[in-house]
Design a protein around this ligand. Structure first.
Ligand SMILES: Cc1ncc(COP(=O)(O)OP(=O)(O)O)c(N)n1
Ligand SMILES: Cc1ncsc1CCOP(=O)(O)O
Length: 905
């Protein structure tokens, strides 16, 4: 990508012709006479009302009146409200990390690159492991050193500037000097990280995937940007992120990375950021630098303003708005007509105060920037809703006046046979689509008469009726992905291929159903050939099991993983993007008698790299429909926008969960017993476990400590919110000495803060408190309420966690109805007196139970990965979250490592 800006002058701190100082308020227009949006209190206390409000009812009426006045005021005088005074925004520029996203993507990005590099550069699984571990160690070291150096620099800058002689006042030179120092720091650390080589060895899609993992966009921000685009404003994202492609993946199709000049397009969100360098589609470890530091941001933003100034047809009264959150945004924040500081943190507050930059609530922003006076003012908010009101006026935000936006649904067209027994075929496909978040449409190819004992017969649907079904669906509803199953004749195969091409279907998953699980043929002899010739060239993923791969390759024998690899390579020659040869049949044929230690290996091949997807075999009789289920789960993921690799991984995770939780389900009398596709929501019996806690819930488990909160001057709700922002998805309130009433009140407060963010809250020891506040569950230790009693009191719908130090305790906990085990202390800890079970003890417990295990005791960023590699599904953390200065950063670092471990495991 071409570098947009030269930062030569900024780097020196020398006065620069395009600096913010020389570009003050480029877009300011004349005053229109209205100063401030009224504060509610100002209107309520207005003596002109001349009334003495005595009752709450009257006060309420007055508040309503104040709000109405405010709304009218907004509507009349908002810069962009469409009234006689309306103005346009020329450019709306937005920072990315922590401004559009709820967290920083850096750790995710690097962790994803490292994990991918492990697979691509590592060789054997051991080498891969070693490479990942080494690089994670480097990352940890670099992250800690970076943060420490930044904290020290900021502390130093603040004390230096605050002790400067004379009365403190705003001075642009001081701002520039500070930015020069911050820029030196950022440049140095950027280079240092690149020099470590940890950014080498990933593909573009690995990087893009980092975007979707763990980090989310703030609610409402895309809506604000979308509306700005509709108005024809220039919308730009200006970011120091290391991958513009990562940003683009998060913002979706409306975003574009400008290849040439930034003023090229006004109908897209243009992203100006850095990019990882690639060679033959693999990252080289270097970064193409565009916006590396605070000075670069200032320079690029100034250029954006100049480009806007020289744009033909622009409204000369249009305004510029910049939204950012950190010290790196100070120059553009000051250069814009309106600088909005989003979600201001303490450091940013300290810096702005030191620089004597006034900061006011966004609700107090005047409609005309000239009314801000001579001294710089920035506006702060922590809500994209407020920004929307600021830009578009409150009328635009009133839900009652907004039509419901259409909700786009990922759609999958399933072309397959019906299984009257409900376990496989179209019936399995539709259930799978639903459970994986997609909407399934169907074209039925055959009505099979089957049950758990086998197939009694089939009535094939005439080809023209299949065609009519496909046309009916694709001409109206459309499909993001098509999944094929039983295609009984070559004629039907060719029809489907024609339709896929005609409707330009983007993702096609071909499950080459030739024989049923019970061994009966489901297709005429020439169907294999037709699939090979007509359908495979169009396929995104083709998913043969071993007998199907043998049949597709003309009757060859596949006996080993090596044979599967050869088969995958040969099948790839027929044209699909990915071949997934499923190895389940090898395990069951070779080792039917053995019940432990077996591994199923599937082979995934994309034409370049062979991947082995390994997992322990699940010994179960309930396997009918697994092939259909896996393929339609892959199609659902592709329909949602996942890459093929991720789609396969997620689909395997789903089928694994389903296989585990379907053990023992019986419908008919035969051997072909079905799956419970909806095991996450439906529990069909004692022997079919429905985990009330999803695995995702346990990855970062925050256990609170009010002593630490007192030390850090945080309320329990504040501490819990910080932990949630750091990625905690479950919080345990652990209070050993708090009076019951206080505990109940505190628990209600935390629940009110956590529930809207999808975070579960469980109570340590106190079943009574949990019941009183309707918490999500309870955690009990070996000396607390016995687990079986706790389960009886709580009922089935609540989470029950039980502590265990030994395999026996863990197994008993599972029998007694625990949803998870908390095993520890795994490492020494000063938070609680506890014997240490070590990673060995943890590993033994993890292999002894089928419920998830979380590691507790001394867990921090430097050992979290090892606990997950020992088999646990998450880490429970006290001091690393609550006894640190920045719980968010600490939480995110730990979570990234847990995610990495879970991916590798
Ligand atoms: C997730 C988790 N695991 C273990 C414990 C320890 O609980 P317990 O044995 O009851 O000890 P105390 O917490 O009561 O000291 C836990 N709290 N959370
Ligand atoms: C509650 C508990 N149970 C076993 S160790 C422990 C304390 C864990 O605290 P930390 O995460 O600070 O080591």
């Amino acid at each position: 990508m071409k570098r947009l800006v030269s930062s030569a002058l900024r780097g020196t701190g020398a006065p620069c012709p395009l600096s913010v100082a020389s570009l003050p308020r480029l877009f300011s227009g004349p005053s229109v006479g209205v100063c401030f949006w009224p504060r509610r209190s100002a209107v309520v206390n207005d003596p002109a009302h001349g009334r003495h409000w005595r009752t709450a009812g009257q006060l309420w009426k007055q508040c309503r009146c104040a709000v109405e006045l405010e709304v009218r005021h907004f509507s009349d005088h908002q810069p962009a409200s469409g009234t006689a005074h309306a103005r346009n925004i020329g450019v709306l520029v937005v920072d990315f990390d922590n401004t559009l996203t709820t967290g920083d993507t850096t750790v995710n990005l690097i962790a994803a690159v490292i994990a991918a590099a492990g697979q691509r550069l590592g060789g054997t699984p051991e080498e891969e492991d070693r490479l990942v571990q080494e690089r994670m160690q480097v990352l940890r070291g670099a992250a800690e050193a970076y943060q420490a150096a930044l904290d020290a620099l900021i502390e130093d800058l603040i004390s230096q500037f605050s002790t400067a002689k004379g009365k403190p006042e705003f001075d642009m030179g001081t701002v520039r000097n500070m930015c020069v120092k911050l820029s030196e720091h950022d440049r140095y650390w950027c280079q240092r990280t690149i020099d470590t080589g940890i950014l080498k060895g990933a593909r573009r899609e690995d990087v893009e995937e980092a975007a979707v993992r763990g980090v989310t966009l703030w609610e409402g921000c895309l809506d604000v940007l979308g509306r700005a685009r509709q108005k024809g404003w220039g919308v730009r994202v200006l970011s120091q992120n290391w991958s513009a492609h990562l940003i683009k993946s998060m913002l979706g199709d409306d975003a574009a990375i400008p290849e040439g000049k930034a003023d090229a397009a006004r109908d897209a969100i243009l992203i100006t950021s850095n990019e990882l360098a690639y060679e033959s589609e693999i990252t080289t470890g270097d970064v193409t630098r565009v916006v590396e530091c605070a000075d670069d941001k200032g320079q690029v933003f100034d250029n954006m303003l100049l480009e806007e100034m020289s744009r033909e047809g622009r409204d000369p009264h249009s305004l510029s708005v910049y939204i950012g959150d950190g010290p790196g945004d100070i120059l553009p924040l000051l250069a814009a007509d309106f600088g909005i500081v989003f979600n201001k943190n303490k450091t940013m507050g300290d810096i702005l105060r030191t620089l004597c930059i006034e900061i006011k609530p966004l609700t107090e922003a005047p409609m005309d920037p000239k009314l801000q006076g001579d001294m710089p003012v920035l506006y702060e908010t922590a809500s994209w809703h407020d920004i929307s009101v600021f830009l578009y006026g409150p009328g635009m935000n009133m839900p009652a006046q907004e039509p419901d936006p259409p909700i786009s649904v990922p759609r999958v067209l399933i072309v397959a046979g019906s299984d009257s027994g409900g376990g496989a075929g179209i019936q399995a496909d539709i259930k799978t689509c639903l459970m994986n978040g997609a909407f399934g449409c169907v074209a039925v190819t055959s009505l099979t008469f089957q049950n758990t004992q086998g197939i009694e017969g089939a009535h094939n649907v005439p080809t023209d009726a299949i065609e009519a079904q496909i046309d009916a669906v694709l001409s109206d509803i459309g499909a993001n992905a098509v999944k094929t199953g039983m295609l009984p004749t070559a004629e039907v195969v060719e029809l489907v291929a024609r339709k896929v091409a005609e409707y330009k279907i983007e993702s096609l998953v071909v499950d080459p159903v030739l024989v049923s699980t019970s061994g009966q043929s489901l297709a005429e002899n020439d169907v294999g050939g037709a699939i090979r010739e007509a359908l495979m060239p169009l396929a995104t993923v083709v998913t043969p099991n071993v007998p199907e791969a043998e049949a597709l390759l003309g009757g060859r024998t596949i006996r080993s993983v090596d044979d599967m690899e050869v088969a995958a390579r040969e099948l790839h020659e027929f044209g699909p993007k990915y071949v997934l040869v499923k190895g389940g049949h090898l395990v069951s044929n070779a080792q039917k008698s053995s019940h432990s230690g077996l591994e199923v290996v599937d082979v995934l091949y994309d034409g370049n790299t062979i991947l082995h997807l390994r997992q322990p075999a699940i010994m179960t009789g309930n396997t009918h429909g697994t092939g259909c289920t896996l393929a339609s789960a892959i199609a659902s993921e592709l329909a949602k926008g996942a890459s093929p690799c991720t789609a396969v991984e997620n689909a395997k995770e789903y089928i694994t969960d389903v296989l585990k939780s379907s053990k023992g389900i019986r419908t008919g009398r035969g051997a072909q017993q079905p799956l419970n596709h909806g095991s996450a929501i439906v529990d069909w019996g004692a022997q079919v476990r429905k985990p009330s806690v999803q695995l995702r819930d346990l990855r970062l488990y925050a256990v609170t400590d009010s002593r630490m909160n007192r030390k850090r001057n945080r309320s329990m709700t504040e501490a819990a919110s910080l932990a949630i922002s750091g990625g905690a998805s479950i919080i345990q309130l652990r209070e050993k000495a708090m009076p019951t009433q206080e505990f109940v009140t505190m628990a209600r407060d935390v629940l009110a803060a956590a529930r809207p963010r999808g975070v579960k809250v469980v109570i340590n020891d106190r079943v009574d408190v949990a019941l009183a506040v309707d918490a999500d569950g309870v955690h009990v230790g070996q000396e607390d309420m016995p687990a079986a009693d706790a389960r009886r009191l709580l009922g089935k719908g609540k989470v029950l966690g039980v502590s265990a130090k030994t395999v026996e305790q863990a197994v008993k906990a599972e029998e007694d109805g625990a949803d998870y085990v908390g095993a520890g202390a795994v490492f020494p800890t000063s938070t609680k007196e506890s014997s240490v079970i070590g990673l060995e003890g943890l590993r033994d417990i993890c292999s002894a139970v089928s419920i998830p295990v979380v590691a507790i005791g001394g867990v921090a960023a430097d050992n979290a990965l090892s606990t997950v590699l020992a088999g646990c599904k998450g880490v429970a953390v006290v001091s690393s979250l609550f006894d640190v200065g920045d719980p968010q950063a600490s939480g995110r670092a730990i979570l990234a490592l847990v995610n990495l471990g879970l991916e590798k495991g």
